[in-house]
Design a protein around this ligand. Sequence first.
Ligand code: PGA
Length: 236
Amino acid sequence: MNLIRFDSHRAWVRGVASWWRDRLRLNPQLTMCLPTGLTPLPIYEEMVRSVRSGHASFSQASIWGLDEFGDIPRDDPGRLENTLRRHLVDAIDLAPDACHFLDPSRPDLDDQCRRFGPAGGFDLVLLGIGANGHLGMNEPGSAADSPTRRVELHDSTIAAAARYFDHDRLPRWGATVGLGPILSGNEVWLLATGASKADIVRRIVRDEINEELPASLLRRHANCSLLVDADAGARP
Ligand code: PGA
């Protein structure tokens, strides 16, 4: 795993977006697994600007949403699909059928999970990090080869989800791309910003590689970068 620390949040946004434009130029048919959460939103906004100014195109690319909350109505703005659509998908030149999301409200969730993702695996996986080291909704204790599946959320994740909603009917479960397909991605970028992520960034880099700290498993990946701003990278 490469640890890359940018001098400021602005440099982090520009740096990650510039890498992303490069990957799209090299492989216009890039298949991507994308998170929501608050961390990547400024990068998505930068990519929207890049598409509008003609410096990037998603017209041949495909996107799969990393995870989705269960028991949240389809029109709730805090639903992860709606967040990703608002901040990226609806503002770029992605083909309408090139954007895929898990829908936990449908009865065929197991079947959706089995079929989710591109045939050859993801070219690029972007991830945020939970304070407990989770990746997507792969909570501590998830197996390194876990498939895409329904999962129960840990209490700290449920509490942290409050910041995505304007009500207190918080999700207790969800569906997530598993650690298996994440770790099989060709290239993985783990994103962290702000002082509140400094401890978990340090643990990911220093602690033993262990399923109790899912993000640490990425240290075994041959092409993974931990991309942090100055505050998140203050302690390694
Ligand atoms: P955040 O969430 O980007 O909103 O901090 C990350 C996560 O919990 O995976």
